[in-house]
Design a protein around this ligand. Structure first.
Ligand SMILES: Cc1cc2nc3c(=O)[nH]c(=O)nc-3n(C[C@H](O)[C@H](O)[C@H](O)COP(=O)(O)OP(=O)(O)OC[C@H]3O[C@@H](n4cnc5c(N)ncnc54)[C@H](O)[C@@H]3O)c2cc1C
Length: 398
C-alpha cells in the first residue's frame, strides 16, 4: 500500500439506491467501508424515481410469474439466473427497506399495488409518487448512522490492481480496498446531450465508470440498448424531460392521438409503447406543442381523483404549479431517453468478470435483458446492492 493511500475493506462508487444498499449491507456486516460519489449523497437518479418498486405480494402472483413477465418484456434476452434472484429476493428486499423505515402506501390491510406495463398482475408498491425519494432517504440515514466514511465530490477517475488490492483515485484521494462495488448508474444524461434530445436523468448519469471497468477488461452486454420512457413531459417547457409516472397509465390514463383515438395498448412493454408513439407521430397523427415539438396526448382526465390523490400527488402538484390540471385536461407527452438496459456482466453474487470488482444497479447488465420493465430497477438496486455489499466483504476478508 502506498503511504498516502487510505485503506478500507470495501470501496463503493456511487450513492444511488444500489450504492447505498451495498454500503449499508457491507458496513452492517462489519466491514470498514468507504463510499465515494461524484457530488452530494443525494445527487443521483434513484432519488428522482417516482412510480414504484415491483414485488409479487398479490394473491394471484408469484416470483415465478414476475420472472416470466421479465422474460417476455425483455424479448427473451434477460439472464434468467439473475432474474430468479431478483424476483425471489423481492419480498425480503421490501421488508429490509421497511426495517430501515420506508413506509409503503397501504390500503385494505395490505400494500396498494398497481399494475405496470408488461405485468400480468398488480405488483408495484409505491410511496405516493416519490418512491425513490423515500427509499434513498432511509438508505442515506442508515448509511450516515453507521461507521462508514463518505467521500463527496470525489468522482472515480482511475482504478488499478496493486499488490492484490484495488487502488482507486477518487477526486483528490487515493484509496486502497480489498474489493470494489461499482454503483455509478447509467449514461442516459450524457447520451441525450450527445443526441440533442431530452432525458429524465440526473446530470451525473454520464457512464465513465463503465468505461473504466471495460478498459480494465470487464465484460459488458447490451450497452447499445437504451430505453426511452414512453411518457416524457413535452409541455409546458418546465415539464420537458419530466418522467410522467407510469402509474398514471396504471390508474386509467390512456395515450390518444390528435383525433382523440387510442392507438396502442397504453400498458404494453415500454419499448412497444414508445415505438407506437414514434410511429403515430410519423404517420402525421400526432400533435405539436406550443413550442413546436412532436407529441401525442396522455388523457389523464380518466384517472379517478381518489387514485390521483393517493398515488400521484407529486405529479399533480408539479403540473398544477405549471398551470395545467391533468385531471381536467389532457397533457402533451413524447418519449425521452431514460435508462441504460445493459451494462457490466455480473454473476448472481453481483461480481463482474474482474475478480473482486462487483457491480449493482443500472451499471450492471443482464437482469432486464434489452428492455426493462418499470419498477424493476429500484428492486435490482436493493436486491443486488445487498448481495454486492455482503459478498464484497466476504471476498475482501478471504
Ligand atoms: C426520473 C426517473 C424516474 C424513475 N422511476 C423509476 C421507478 O419508478 N421505478 C424504478 O424501479 N426505477 C425508476 N427509475 C430508474 C431508477 O431510478 C434508476 O435506474 C436507479 O435508481 C439507478 O440507481 P443506481 O444506484 O444504479 O444509480 P443512480 O441512482 O443514478 O446513482 C449513481 C451514483 O453514482 C454517482 N456517480 C456517477 N459517476 C460517478 C463517478 N465517476 N464517480 C463516483 N460516483 C459517480 C452518481 O453521482 C450517483 O450518486 C427512474 C429513473 C428516473 C431518472
Amino acid at each position: 500500500m502506498s503511504e498516502s493511500a487510505r485503506s478500507f475493506d470495501v470501496l463503493v462508487i456511487g450513492s444511488g439506491a444500489s450504492g447505498l444498499a451495498a454500503a449499508v449491507s457491507a458496513e452492517r456486516a462489519g466491514a470498514r467501508v468507504a463510499l465515494a460519489t461524484k457530488g452530494s449523497l443525494q445527487a443521483n437518479n434513484s432519488s428522482k424515481a417516482q412510480g414504484g418498486i415491483q414485488a409479487s405480494f398479490g394473491a394471484d402472483d408469484s416470483p415465478e410469474q414476475h420472472a416470466q413477465d421479465i422474460w417476455r418484456s425483455s424479448h427473451e434476452t434477460a439472464d434468467m439466473r439473475l432474474v430468479e434472484v431478483l424476483t425471489g429476493d423481492a419480498q425480503s428486499a421490501i421488508h429490509w427497506l421497511e426495517e430501515l423505515g420506508v413506509e409503503f402506501t397501504r390500503e385494505d390491510g395490505g400494500y396498494r399495488l398497481a399494475k405496470c406495463g408488461g405485468a400480468s398482475a398488480k405488483r408495484l408498491l409505491q410511496v405516493g409518487d416519490r418512491t425513490g425519494h423515500a427509499i434513498t432517504k432511509q438508505l442515506r440515514d442508515a448509511w450516515e448512522a453507521g461507521s462508514g466514511t463518505s467521500f463527496l465530490n470525489a468522482p472515480l477517475k482511475e482504478l488499478s490492481e496493486v499488490d492484490g488490492l484495488w487502488r482507486a483515485r477518487v477526486g483528490e484521494q487515493t484509496i486502497d480496498a480489498g474489493t470494489i462495488v461499482l454503483a455509478a448508474g447509467g449514461r442516459c444524461y450524457a447520451e441525450a446531450e450527445r443526441r440533442g434530445e431530452l432525458s429524465t436523468n440526473h446530470p451525473n448519469a454520464t457512464g465513465e465508470v463503465t468505461r473504466i471497468a471495460v478498459d480494465l477488461g470487464a465484460e459488458a452486454r447490451d450497452l447499445d440498448a437504451l430505453q426511452y420512457h414512453p411518457n416524457g413531459g413535452a409541455w409546458p417547457s418546465n415539464m420537458q424531460g419530466y418522467s410522467i409516472p407510469e402509474t398514471t397509465r396504471a390508474y386509467g390514463a390512456v395515450l390518444v392521438n390528435a383525433e382523440g383515438e387510442e392507438f396502442t395498448d397504453s400498458l404494453g412493454p415500454r419499448d412497444a409503447v414508445s415505438q407506437a408513439i414514434f410511429d403515430e407521430v410519423e404517420k402525421g397523427n400526432g400533435v405539436t406543442t406550443p413550442d413546436g415539438r412532436p407529441a401525442v396526448y396522455l388523457d389523464t382526465t380518466r384517472i379517478p381523483e381518489s387514485d390521483a390523490d393517493v398515488s400521484l400527488p407529486y405529479m399533480l402538484r408539479r403540473y398544477r404549479g405549471a398551470g395545467i390540471d391533468p385531471l381536467r385536461e389532457k397533457i402533451y407527452t413524447y418519449p425521452v431517453l431514460h435508462y441504460q438496459n445493459g451494462g457490466l456482466v455480473i454473476d448472481t453474487d453481483a461480481e463482474t468478470t474482474l475478480e473482486g470488482v462487483y457491480a449493482c444497479g443500472e451499471i450492471a447488465g443482464g437482469t432486464h435483458g434489452r428492455n426493462r420493465m418499470m419498477g424493476n430497477s429500484l428492486l435490482e438496486c436493493v436486491v443486488f446492492g445487498r448481495r454486492a455489499g455482503r459478498n464484497a466483504l466476504e471476498k475482501a476478508r478471504s
